[in-house]
Design a protein around this ligand. Structure first.
Ligand code: KE4
Length: 428
């Protein structure tokens, strides 16, 4: 008898009606084995499964839950907004407050447009950069995942990489040809790409610290080089901070590295757990968007009052708590525990961490790009994942994802998790 009969039954029913039984591929546990559990509820650092098991969560719904799940302040804001309805299809006051908050967190953003997902944000930013420059080609980096729009599902990370399809079927070759893919952290490759495409590169888009091939920070000086080259070549520099925004610092990686991109894509945290994306940057570029300019972009639920009420509450709580040193200490604590266990066991491990984002690679060498990430032992990671899950700790179900922490992980949760991780590694 399955130890999780309710999830087992739900998954069997789901598979009959939903491709793979999931509404997003990475949830399917395909690379770590076994069947996914279903979650009934979540609070703080904990998920409660449909079978009543409590799990310490290091996925945090893939980033949004920076204050933990179901935070009372966010819940109260949502309930208050709900009193007035769910969607109006007209401008609403929350949109103005959210825009004012975003530009206060990100000085590089002079104007911002709300949408409903990170995919929409990056897809729209690419179209805007192409419309602004009149150029077609874009540069992205192997392993970066920017959502599932056609131009960006080329050598993509996250679920695409996890399931071995970094170049998705269904993307016309003509689209893929306009996307130049380079290795991350390789200035010479960037210089060569611009030399080979003079005056033809509309934009360079990247996760400034990659989360979607596992966690890989930019090498020192790399982002400054990117900024200098794109400025010189007239290409729009787009920071995809859907994961890193508000999480690694109040103003994301661009604050940590003191870089001013032309456009920034945001998501996850700004929705407080509800569907929100956003993109913004130089007014000179943003004013090319309809209804002012010729680049069309739209969305029925863009600026949705419920989603923005939750996101505003989340951002205000971030400003009140300024939890970044605490989150960094928690990330260091987990990585130190894993590293000590791996050293004792004699297993090569790279623990790569900044603040509340990190990954454990079973790899003797530092992971600096997709090629070195792929040299990690994904099978060993799968065994590690299952040992942690058996111990009551839920990791991202892929060797190619970043782990996330929240302020709710402080105290008993982090202590318990470190014990489970230590035991799991020593048992490999
Ligand atoms: P969404 O369309 O999933 O809201 O955002 C796409 C996206 C864009 N940019 C970055 C840097 C992202 O990490 C994402 C989405 N992240 C994945 C996790 N690796 C979402 C999880 C999933 O696909 O189910």
């Amino acid at each position: 008898m399955s130890s999780s009969p309710v999830s087992t039954d739900l998954f069997a029913r789901a598979q009959r009606l939903i491709p793979g039984g999931v509404n997003s591929p990475v949830r399917a546990f395909r690379s770590v084995g076994g069947a996914p559990f279903f979650t009934r509820s979540a609070r703080g650092a904990t998920l409660t499964t449909a079978d009543g098991r409590e799990l310490i969560d290091f996925v945090c719904t893939w980033g949004p839950a920076i204050h933990g799940h179901n935070h009372p302040v966010i819940k109260a804001a949502l309930l208050a907004a709900l009193e007035h309805g769910t969607s109006f299809g007209t401008p609403n006051p929350y949109e103005v407050e959210m825009a004012e908050l975003i530009v206060s967190f990100f000085p590089s953003i002079q104007k911002v447009r709300m949408c409903s997902s990170g995919t929409e944000a990056t897809m729209s930013a690419i179209r805007l950069a192409r419309g602004f420059t009149g150029r077609d080609k874009i540069i992205k980096f192997a392993g970066c995942y920017h959502g599932h729009s056609d131009s960006l599902l080329v050598s993509a990370g996250s679920g695409a990489l996890t399931h071995g399809h970094p170049d998705s079927a269904g993307v016309p070759a003509a689209f893929a040809r306009e996307t130049v893919v380079l290795p991350f952290n390789d200035p010479a490759a960037l210089d060569a790409a611009f030399a080979a495409n003079p005056g033809r590169i509309a934009a360079v888009i990247l996760e400034p610290y990659i989360g979607n091939v596992g966690f890989i920070p930019a090498a020192p000086g790399y982002l400054a080089h990117l900024r200098a080259v794109t400025a010189r070549e007239g290409a729009v520099l787009i920071f995809d901070e859907v994961m890193t925004g508000f999480r690694l610092a109040r103003g994301g990686v661009q604050e940590l590295e003191n870089i001013v991109p032309d456009l920034t894509c945001l998501g996850k945290i700004i929705g407080g757990g509800l569907p929100v994306g956003a993109f913004g940057g130089r007014a000179e570029i943003m004013d090319h968007l309809a209804p002012l300019g010729p680049v069309y972009q739209a969305g029925t639920l863009s600026g949705n009052p419920l989603a923005l009420a939750a996101g505003i509450a989340q951002l205000r709580l971030l400003d009140e708590l300024r939890p970044y040193a605490r989150l960094d200490a928690l990330g260091r604590q987990v990585c130190a525990a894993a590293t000590a266990a791996a050293t004792a066991k004699g297993i090569p491990l790279q623990a790569q961490q900044r603040g509340s984002m990190f990954s454990l690679f079973f790899n003797p060498d530092p992971v600096v790009d997709m090629a070195t990430a792929l040299a990690s032992d994904a099978k060993l990671f799968a065994r590690f994942f299952r040992a942690c899950l058996d111990g009551g700790v839920y990791l991202p179900p892929s060797a190619y994802e970043a782990w996330f922490l929240s302020t709710a992980h402080e105290g008993p949760a982090i202590e318990r998790a470190c014990t489970v991780i230590d035991t799991a590694i020593r048992g490999l």
